[in-house]
Design a binder for this molecule. Structure first.
Ligand code: WT7
Length: 631
């Protein structure tokens, strides 16, 4: 990899500098100073962060590193929901709004901290009565509604391990996740709303629990009209359960290292990985980063557009903001319905001051033009943030000028499902360099390294690595510790992010993209293996390979190559059949944009498909070394 490979010139950096008042008033203050304080005493740094939440019993050590396993806040006892709810109710925020929610049809709901505590408690009591115990897994498959957040927090209240599955996944994807986690209960809604239409979720759940013997009950949050009927004995109504319970539930005292949740992320081969996060470290990491990276203050109205079904939603819609006692706005509304002005209207109507979204959304708004955002007064905005994929300089500049009005800092946060919290960014108040995510935050030691784990010189590219454990790091991969170990053994005892990056001369890091066969489409991480196995499960397909090709809005698009079985002819009809098949099995996010029927696929002698060659051919690039290919 050389400098010439990247569109951002490394030698002539261009910076945007926020008004000095941002730094003066931010929680972090001077970044360099804060970073040096961390380096001088890492344990002391994290001890201070851990003191920002409440513990039922104090921990006796900050961290113990037994490669590749770290334990944080040893023997400390806590409950994250005590910190998200009770603590605020006790300390003057009882009547502060915790959640503002807006539905697609314009319906609105608000929960104060005390109301949210009562709802979470009652639902936690209901789960308990059903026999859900500490350590049991509960699958949550819901749209973006307050009940989704209540379900998550209720699990955490009693120590059950939630496994939230994004409501846009299809039958196979859900079935696989229910089975791998051994979920005892599945919580769902009858429908999700999408651009004015009801999308039925319950039939997907009904199919997905076949061959999932661990499931004892399905709880249905009924919101559609007419109200769906509950058929079998194992189906229960969300509100009937909640309403007959008392509205206080004692929080379970959890060890810092007890699992809080598992969340599946795509793997490069085979099945998705159930990433496990631990109670103590996750609470400290998300409390810290929400406060210091997003700079959340008492009077902010905070909106992160992610679905709670992804890690961004776990950390920065639900846990992080509530740990900080913030007012969270969230919505089921897509950015283009009823028109492209809706999100800007919501910012104005709710007085949103911190707005956290994804490059794919920004590029979509850029394409439709600023006439939509120009219609609304966006002066409430104070901080903008981005996540999910590289924020290209054009999108940075559009966001900065048209939404932030050349005033709001943009915090481009690099992190992963596995890291649980932000790792690399430009902190509020620091000079921003478009195209570059920024520098490691205090608490994190990150670097760009070569294949042997050696630090590359400034101006060069390599692999993004993390050199020191951090509290909210994944603890293992559920049922597959070998896959966990690979994160730490691929690059000589460093944590590999499997991302390619460039180290700037100013210490800023530019993240380029994945170094493996994951494709990031509209900020969603999609495993080639999942899409390929969906394709070959169709009766017409013998073999399939998928690659990512650049897309101006989504970042990448999926292109599929398929070899048909004898007796099947490639037609447009079959293409749309295949797209529909992937939609139903994996979900709409994984649908190939393009399908090409081919007679053969490039393979290694051992039979592994070499997607790199397909990709090079598609983009008219040099395929590189093909000497190991079959023919
Ligand atoms: C991958 C992780 C946790 C955020 C949501 C996605 C890419 C994420 C950035 C960024 C460049 C980014 C990386 C990473 N990514 N944020 N700010 N700049 N790339 O979580 O599904 O676990 O995906 O998303 O490639 O490895 P995820």
């Amino acid at each position: 990899m050389t400098e010439q490979d990247f569109s951002v010139p490394l030698d002539a950096p261009k910076y945007y500098r926020p008004d000095p008042s941002y730094r003066e008033q931010s929680w972090i203050g001077d970044y360099e100073e804060a970073y040096q304080r961390f380096i001088a005493d890492p344990d002391g740094f994290w001890r201070e962060r851990a003191a920002e939440i409440e513990w039922f019993e104090p921990f006796d050590r900050v961290m113990e590193w037994d490669f590749p396993y770290a334990r944080w806040f040893l023997n400390g006892k806590l409950n994250i929901t005590h910190n998200c709810l009770d603590r605020h109710v006790q300390k003057g925020r009882a009547n502060k709004v915790a959640l503002f929610w807006r539905g697609e049809q314009g319906e609105e709901k608000a929960y104060t901290y005390s109301q949210l505590l009562r709802n979470v408690s009652a639902f936690a009591n209901a789960l308990k009565r059903m026999g859900v115990k500490k350590g049991d897994r509960v699958c949550i498959y819901m749209p973006v509604v307050p009940e989704q957040v209540i379900a998550m927090l209720a699990c955490a209240r009693i120590g059950a391990v939630h496994s939230v599955v994004f409501g846009g996944f299809g039958v196979n994807a859900l079935n696989q996740r229910i089975r791998d986690s051994g979920s005892k209960v599945v919580i769902t809604s009858d429908v999700s709303m999408r651009r004015g239409k009801e999308i039925q979720l319950k039939p997907i759940v009904e199919e997905a629990v076949v061959n999932a013997p661990s499931v004892e009950a399905i709880i249905v949050h009924r919101r559609g009209t007419p109200m769906v009927e509950l058929h079998s004995e194992i189906e229960l109504d969300f509100y009937e359960l909640l309403e007959r319970e008392s509205n206080y539930c004692e929080p379970e005292s959890m060890d810092a290292e007890d699992p809080l949740f598992l969340l599946y992320t795509s793997g490069t081969t085979g099945s998705p990985k159930g990433i496990i996060h631990a109670c103590g470290g996750y609470a400290v990491g998300t409390q810290y980063t929400t406060k210091y990276v997003l700079d959340v203050k008492e009077d902010d109205v905070y909106w992160c557009t992610a679905d709670p079904g992804w890690i961004t939603g776990h950390s920065y819609v639900v846990y992080g903001p509530l740990l900080n006692g913030a007012t969270v706005f969230f919505t089921e509304t897509t950015p283009d319905f009823p028109d492209h002005g809706i999100w800007w209207k919501l910012i104005r109507d709710y007085g949103v001051s911190i707005f956290y979204t994804a490059p794919t959304a920004i590029r979509m708004f850029m394409r439709v033009g600023e006439q939509w955002s120009d219609r609304y007064d966006l002066s409430s905005l104070r901080v903008l943030a981005s996540v999910g994929e590289p924020l290209n300089p054009e999108a940075f500049e559009w966001f900065y000028h048209h939404i932030g009005k050349d005033r709001c800092p943009i915090v481009d946060t690099w992190w992963q499902t596995e890291t649980g919290m932000h790792m690399i960014t430009t902190m509020v108040g620091e000079p921003m360099r478009p195209g570059f995510a920024g520098k490691p935050i205090p608490g994190v030691v990150a670097d760009v390294v070569d294949m042997d784990g050696r630090s590359v010189e400034a101006g060069n590219g390599g692999f993004l690595a993390i050199k020191r454990p951090w509290p909210s790091m994944l603890r293992t991969v559920y049922n597959d510790d070998e896959r966990y170990r690979k994160y730490w053994t691929t690059l000589d005892s460093l944590y590999t992010a499997t991302d390619l990056a460039v180290k700037g001369h100013d210490g800023n890091i530019m993240v380029i993209g994945r170094a493996d066969d994951l494709i990031i489409v509209a900020g969603h991480n999609i495993g080639t293996a999942e899409v390929e196995s969906a394709l070959v499960s169709h009766e017409a397909v013998a073999e399939a390979a998928v690659i990512g090709v650049p897309d101006p809005v989504k970042g990448n698009q999926i292109k599929a190559f398929a070899i048909l079985k004898d007796g099947y002819a490639g037609s447009d009809r079959l293409k749309s059949d295949l797209r529909y098949h992937v939609r139903m099995t994996v979900g709409p996010i994984a649908m190939p944009g393009e399908i090409e029927f081919v007679d053969s696929l490039p393979k290694t002698r051992s039979g592994k498909i070499v997607r790199r060659v397909l990709r090079a051919k598609e983009l008219g690039m040099d395929p590189g070394d093909t000497s190991t290919l079959e023919d």
